[in-house]
Design a protein around this ligand. Structure first.
Ligand code: ATP
Ligand code: MG
Length: 203
């Protein structure tokens, strides 16, 4: 029996937007994943210093966003974890959940994978799962390839790249738009937009 293929889409999701959704769906299709699980971060270690919206709000928005796709799910694992969240712990958690009967694909934009490739013990991480790096406006694939050159050749196969329709959408821009009263419609799912308005987020 072949293993179930699980995509993990990690992020702050402050808020979740169509750039995330397009990337997750493209990965699901291109790599024939059985499902994609969105994993909102609890206490993002790399975002220490800049304030991040409460985890419950980010979780609810992500839950609203995934309702329209039967192959998408959301997980609270990082939110419920005490202390900082590390990707390696999250990957191990899902591998355990499926008793080793799953292959995990960690989906990121090229900006995020660039950071991951500079982590200590990245070799250990690459033994656990595959990475899918999606193109994102403003970031070049070759910058990622430069960092890849330090890896062993069998580990290079663990990193896949993928073109997605370019959406120059970011959570930072959405937060700024809300603050300035500019529209965010069509940048993110309508349910998420309503949630932001109702809960007066990003003002
Ligand atoms: P912020 O501006 O707060 O950093 P963001 O839009 O970058 O937010 P994150 O939650 O940081 O969103 O990103 C989660 C993951 O989604 C990362 O791997 C990131 O590279 C990827 N991603 C975000 N936006 C896009 C996009 N427009 N196209 C492709 N990938 C994206
Ligand atoms: Mg980001």
């Amino acid at each position: 029996m072949s293993k179930i293929k699980i995509g993990l889409m990690g992020g702050t999701f402050d808020p979740v937007h169509y750039g995330h959704m397009v990337t997750a769906e493209a990965a699901r299709y291109e790599f024939q994943l059985d499902k994609v699980i969105f994993v909102p971060s609890g206490h993002p270690p790399h975002k220490a210093g800049s304030p991040v919206t409460g985890a419950e709000h980010r979780y609810f928005m992500t839950a609203l966003a995934v309702t329209s796709n039967p192959n998408f799910e959301v997980s609270k694992v990082e939110i419920d974890r005490v202390g900082p969240s590390y990707t390696v712990d999250t990957i191990k958690y899902f591998l355990d959940q499926y008793h080793g009967e799953a292959e995990v694909y960690f989906i990121t934009g090229v900006d995020a994978i660039r950071e991951i490739l500079t982590w200590r013990k990245v070799e250990d991480l690459l033994e656990l799962c595959y990475f899918i790096a999606a193109t994102r406006p403003g970031y070049q694939l070759w910058e990622m390839h430069q960092r890849l050159s330090v890896l062993l050749s069998h580990q290079l196969e663990r990193i896949k790249t993928m073109e997605v329709p370019a959406l120059a959408i970011s959570s930072t821009d959405i937060r700024n738009r809300v603050r300035k009263g500019r529209p965010i419609k069509y940048l993110l799912p309508e349910l998420v937009e309503s949630y932001i308005i109702k809960n007066k987020l990003y003002l």
